[in-house]
Design a protein around this ligand. Sequence first.
Ligand code: G6Q
Length: 540
Amino acid sequence: MHKLTDKASWKSLVNHYRSLENISLRELFSEDPDRGKKLIIRATDIYFDYSKQRVTDETIKLLINLAREQGLKERMEAMFAGDRINTTENRSVLHTALRMPEGKELLVDGINVTEEVHRVLASMTTFCDRIRTGEWKGFSGKPVRNIVNIGIGGSDLGPVMAYEALKYYTSGDMTFRFVSNIDGSDLVEALRGLNPDETLFIISSKTFTTLETLTNAKSARRWFLKNGGSKADVAKHFVAVSTNREKVIEFGIDPENMFGFWDWVGGRYSMDSAIGLSTMLAVGPEAFREMLRGFREMDEHFLNTPFEQNIPVIMGLLAVWNTNFLNLRTQAILPYDNYLKRFPAYLQQLTMESNGKSVTLEGHRVDYHTGPVYWGEPGTNGQHSFYQLIHQGTMIIPCDFIGFISPLNDLEPHHDYLMANMIAQGEALAFGKTRKEAEEAGIESRLLPHKVFEGNRPSSTFLLEKLTPHTLGKLVAMYEHTVFTQGVLWGINSFDQMGVELGKVLAEKIISELEDQGNVMGHDSSTNELIKIISRPVTP
Ligand code: G6Q
């Protein structure tokens, strides 16, 4: 099999780039004044405008050829069918099964996974109803008012993001806190002011072996026992979300109160599995199912739409174009909706843990760049900080602007101001301000170089009607499938995370050395010194 960069479709893109590199977005728009009406996709109630990306119809055609040559369609079908496409871990990749409608059969190793998914959804629903109606009582007979989710990475970022994103849909009579960091301050601050008899801990860990989560869970249990709870009460106040029943029992949680999922759900793809228990508690089972329907709608769009009209596919192709041909190495995510404030952090994991790889599926070192750095902040806050670099810095950063036509809180005139700001950013990035325009605007000559904006900076804009559980599901699935598309084009495994696992192992060794008062076991001289300084002297 040919290397990616030796393929005919890749070479055509290299040549095509040469013909396009000196053409600006200004020129492209003046050559075709209707460009902004053409380089768009309207599907699943999303308006996706990529006309401000530095591409032409020809670019898209050539990128689609590359996708075909890389077998994108076959890979999509393989993923949805449950083939073991995560080859390093020999696993299926089936987050799409988490949102399959009830009754639709999907067999993996002879097991109908859809049935399993709906069995867990049903038990989550019963549990959430009991908590939300107050039927489930804490040890003093009072209902649960506080939910503390303890988890990290994929067992935290999705739940936090979804809680923030859907806060508008919560009743407000329960508090939700999220603890992830091994830093004790995270737990201490989360527990501040909580009454143990009204608090429910969800210990979320796929493996139930993660150091941070188990350490926080044990400390939470100690806090609970110290503040009035008894061992017998633990069952009423600690539940688990995990794939590891044995470890859950070993920790002391009643397996009746364990909500399962499966090894075919990757951590960063798990917010719509039982890992979303806190989300369901916050918004209720019906809204959670509405979110699943949003995920499903995007899955169907991705699987069944020709590439030319396929939102996640085109987004993925644009990411490859920007990364490998325009040599742009980061991607800003800029939601113009304050409820989406944790969305960039969520995507940071989804994208970078998935595509931060430098060997192909066959184990060969790549000779092209893979996953860009994703980052961002909600607008307009970002405008008053890092947008300076986006507008005038030497580094060019493609931006995704995400906006909603109708606000959730219609406070005149906020929404118009918010949307005007978003639209203005994309316009300024694409077209900039020439020296002549600055002169005509009366800028004094000494300041002209500072007031010129080069423009030609690519962005995409996404418009959706309103932020709802349904649209949130669609947005998340849209990025999941974009990540998949990128991974297929780069020929990498988007579903393992060996780098994360390395960190876990290395820390274990140093922990034992710190506990041994700095009896350091042969690291480099820098690491040895750091360990010695940190380890506490023995108290007499
Ligand atoms: C996600 C990663 C990683 C994982 C955490 C927590 O894809 O694998 O972020 O989610 O390390 O793992 P546990 O859920 O097993 O505690």
